[in-house]
Design a protein around this ligand. Sequence first.
Ligand code: SAM
Length: 240
Amino acid sequence: MKIKIMTIFPQMFAGFLNTSIIKRAIDNKLIEIEIVDFRQYSKDKNKRVDDYPYGGGAGMILSCQPVLDCLSEIKSDNSFVIITDPAGKRFDQSLAKQYSQKDELVIICGHYEGFDGRIYDFVDEKVSIGDYVLTGGELASMVISDAVSRLVDGVISSNSTCEESFENDLLEYKQYTRPQIYNGMAVPEVLVSGHHENIRLYRLKEQLKNTYLYRKDLLKKHQFTEEEKRLMKEIIEEHD
Ligand code: SAM
């Protein structure tokens, strides 16, 4: 899969592209991430990309010309174009999965007070990473690219993603590693019992419990099995 990120701050991406799983995925040619500086497309003699807002008000607005000239040059028929915007559709795991199926994503990073309103006519989706306002879309584009990249085949083992948080509308269970006892705190006995069925049940109950305690909203969407309904009854009795 290919991801093209349009920004006026390409230097922000050095750490992201050169570290850990993303770097390995790029080196192994599983994903390709291209950073495109749309300031280079500005026809202004000083390479300006922004201007004052019509109607007055604070801050500067990114102009149509550099953004749209850059977009029309780098997008292809296979591109799905996302614009980062706090007023956009909320990015979540299900959107990450949808994007991971695309051949090519183009992500446009805003800055200052945002974009000229006409730019939105040229994008497929307006996406927000949460209800807060960042100084620019660069961090948002890295969040989106990271979450999408790890879902691309081969980037990480599919066993790692199938029981993760938000799979099946549940949060993950707590995990433990060596030593078995640290400063007097022991790993739950069941996890060292070697009893696979008890471990499965323990983990499922932990997933349901975490989701009940921290994200009840997810449980509204979850399709409960009979076994889960029974475990849920126990959890409610234990915590209410
Ligand atoms: N004036 C805009 C508003 O009130 O909605 C905020 C502009 S913000 C300071 C500048 C840029 O940062 C936005 O154009 C967008 O690209 C990016 N940005 C800020 N918060 C974001 C969020 N929560 N999700 C995605 N992008 C965000």
